[in-house]
Design a protein around this ligand. Structure first.
Ligand code: SF4
Ligand code: MG
Length: 300
């Protein structure tokens, strides 16, 4: 008897609880893109784990039919890391806002990047702390005055993609919540990627960010692959790493225009799981050089 593969649809990932976000919030688009991506990849909900911290965006796992952890503020990544390393066969995805992942959880993000654990981080970026009434978030550009602050923001902003790339993430992409089709594609690619993947999604807060609105974004965004059909973010050979990083950086630091798409993808870097296994593999000397553990006194 042959086993039939179950083909899941979006409905298989919708939980009975419906989202409590303000009407028009960008997070609805991110949630839909995640449902679409899960269905396209036909992920088994029993094998899928969503982990979040605190914030409007961090409520997202409540609306997905899967195992999830709504952890404490800023700590979604260490929770997720523990889950993934305890059971590497799970598909682990972290979701969170700019406050949670870039401010209080910023340090964890850096250390996930350098480890290159095979998991995905989705940043739902609206540049404010929506849950606590719209204070300036770490990605709010200097000079912008949103409702909740008395004067224009005097602080410089974090560029999440720049941070993720330099931390060592091997997949870097940016989407836009109101373009669900395109964002779905990016999430699919991020989940498929072998290594730590980071996707920033502009996800406007319609209640508290009265400056960075749909109109504000739509004046600025463009798609890398549409603007340049030869755009190729993939590192095909070790020798290309520097060139590909430089090309990605040029786009990541654009300020007046905001590119969307995949900026960088490198699967030649071993994952943490591969490196860890190689230490205990008796045949480690036969492995590709990148995977061979460093020997001390003839032992790994
Ligand atoms: Fe979305 Fe902002 Fe409402 Fe939170 S406060 S649900 S981020 S629109
Ligand atoms: Mg936010």
């Amino acid at each position: 008897m042959t086993m039939q593969t179950v083909k899941r649809t979006v409905a298989d990932y919708r939980w009975v609880r419906t989202p409590e976000w303000c009407p028009g919030c960008g997070h609805f688009g991110v949630l839909q893109a995640l449902y679409n991506a899960f269905a396209e990849l036909n992920l088994d909900p029993a094998n899928l784990v969503l982990v979040s911290g605190i914030g409007c965006s961090s409520r997202l796992p409540h609306f997905v039919r899967t195992t999830s952890v709504h952890a404490i503020h800023g700590r979604a990544i260490p929770y997720a890391l523990g889950i993934k390393l305890a059971n590497p066969s799970l598909e682990v995805i972290v979701v969170g806002g700019d406050g949670d992942l870039m401010a209080i959880g910023g340090n964890h993000l850096l250390h996930l990047g350098r480890r290159n654990v095979d998991m995905t981080v989705i940043l739902m970026d609206n540049s404010v702390y929506g849950l606590t009434r719209g204070q300036a978030g770490p990605t709010l550009p200097a000079g912008i005055k949103v409702k909740a602050i008395p004067k224009a923001n005097p602080q410089s902003e974090i560029n999440p993609l720049l941070l993720a790339l330099t931390a060592g993430f091997t997949f870097i992409a940016r989407g836009y919540a109101y373009d669900i089709k395109y964002t779905t594609r990016l999430i699919v690619e991020a989940i498929r990627h072998k290594g730590s993947a980071f996707v920033q999604i502009y996800s406007p807060c319609v209640t508290y960010n009265n400056v960075m609105t749909r109109e504000w974004y739509e004046k600025r965004i463009y798609k890398l692959d549409e603007a340049d059909p030869t755009w190729d973010p993939v590192v095909h050979d070790e020798k290309e790493v520097d060139v590909k990083i430089r090309k990605a950086l040029d786009k990541i630091v654009e300020r007046d225009r905001l590119p969307l798409g995949i900026f960088y993808k490198n699967e030649l870097v071993p994952t943490f799981e591969e490196r860890y296994e190689s230490i205990y593999d008796p045949n480690y000397r036969k492995m590709p050089p990148a995977l061979q553990p460093i020997e001390i006194d003839g032992k790994p």
